[in-house]
Design a protein around this ligand. Structure first.
Ligand code: PEP
Ligand code: MN
Length: 344
């Protein structure tokens, strides 16, 4: 439920109303102060809240029921886009946030060389898996803690903030210390214990859509993190499993405008894991930008043929450089990317 406050209402009246609603209904109330509006967002069991009683308050313009089960991630609770700040960069603002790097960290030379290349081309973040979720236990599992150390070296060399995947709650303290954006992979999107614990941190979390997850399920997983107080959530569309077998997954481009409409959280697109084929990364990345993605996550490898993981879907630094140039042109050509759907 949201309560729309009349413009220019005195702050003390808003606080008094918040406290009254909380005391009478055993719900928690967030004050959402925008540039030109003020809302109260009610979280918890609102089934017994008497809306007409709240409407009778002289500073209340209207009371609306929120039908969807996600509240904190809902655009109704937060009409403006969320911009997640990470060091000197941000995700969700006017600029496209590009995260690039290899599937997994393999050696110091590999990660530092790729980091330098992608930075030169305009990437704002470096990705690289240290702990790898692999379908087979016999496949390369990542360099683990050593991988984190190498990512830190690459960050020091280039200044690029680092994004890497967490797989279990026992690594949270270490990740909070070492990493700039903690990635929750598709396979862990509904690892609710992990999400709850990440909610207690204030680190930006890149939450990837589960292999068979609906958009609503993705937003509910974001809700788990936000319910703990961590509002720094970035969503990621990385393809979903369908009956098609030509591609590794099917990139759900419609999820981008859908999420823009339903939620205020930024959404980035990972065409590499969606397609699973290197030559599809470029066209899909361009399409994602055109439909309004706030960023991209692209797998880039200096030697894809010998990559330890996902070489088949990795592009080389030169192709990445060309892609970044093309994306600039798309950014300039498409007006109001993504946001035209918000108010229809
Ligand atoms: C990854 O980004 O390295 C990864 C494993 O992706 P996903 O969780 O989307 O499969
Ligand atoms: Mn990968």
């Amino acid at each position: 439920m949201i309560v729309i406050i009349k413009p220019k209402s005195p702050q003390r009246e808003i606080i008094a109303l918040k406290q009254k609603i909380e005391e009478e209904n055993k719900v928690s109330v967030n004050i959402i102060q925008g540039k030109e509006y003020c809302l109260l967002g009610l979280i918890g069991d609102t089934t017994k809240v008497d809306a007409s009683k709240i409407r009778a308050n002289e500073f209340v313009e209207d009371v609306k029921k929120v039908q969807q089960p996600y509240k904190l991630s809902n655009r109704l609770f937060h009409p403006e886009n969320t911009v997640v700040k990470v060091k000197d960069s941000s995700i969700g603002g006017n600029e496209l946030a590009v995260i690039a790097g290899p599937c997994s960290v393999e050696s110091e030379e590999q990660i530092v060389s790729i980091a330098r290349d992608v930075k030169k081309s305009g990437a704002k973040f470096l990705r690289g898996g240290a702990f790898k979720p692999r379908t087979s236990p016999y496949s390369f599992q990542g360099l683990r803690v050593r991988g984190l150390e190498l990512l830190k070296i690459a960050r020091e060399e280039t200044g690029l903030p680092i994004v890497t995947e967490i797989m279990s709650t026992d690594m949270i303290d270490r990740f909070v210390e070492d990493v700039d954006i903690i990635q929750v992979g598709a396979r862990n999107m509904q690892n609710f214990e992990l999400l709850k614990q990440l909610g207690k941190t204030r680190k930006p979390i890149l939450l990837k859509r589960g292999i068979s997850a609906t958009i609503q399920e993705l937003l509910m997983s974001a809700e788990y993190i936000m319910a703990g107080g961590n509002e720094n959530v970035i969503l990621c569309e990385r393809g979903i499993r369908t009956f098609e077998t030509y591609t590794r997954n099917t990139l759900d481009l419609s999820a981008i405008p859908a999420i823009k409409k339903l939620s205020h959280l930024p959404i980035v697109v990972d065409p590499s894991h969606a397609a699973g084929i290197w030559w599809m990364v470029e066209p899909l990345a361009k399409a994602a930008v055109a439909v309004g993605a706030d960023g991209l996550m692209i797998e880039v490898h200096n030697d894809p043929a010998n990559a330890k993981c996902d070489g088949q879907q990795s592009i080389k630094p030169k192709a990445f450089r060309k892609l970044m140039g093309d994306i600039d042109k798309i950014m300039n050509a498409v007006a109001n990317r993504g946001y035209d759907v918000v108010n229809v």
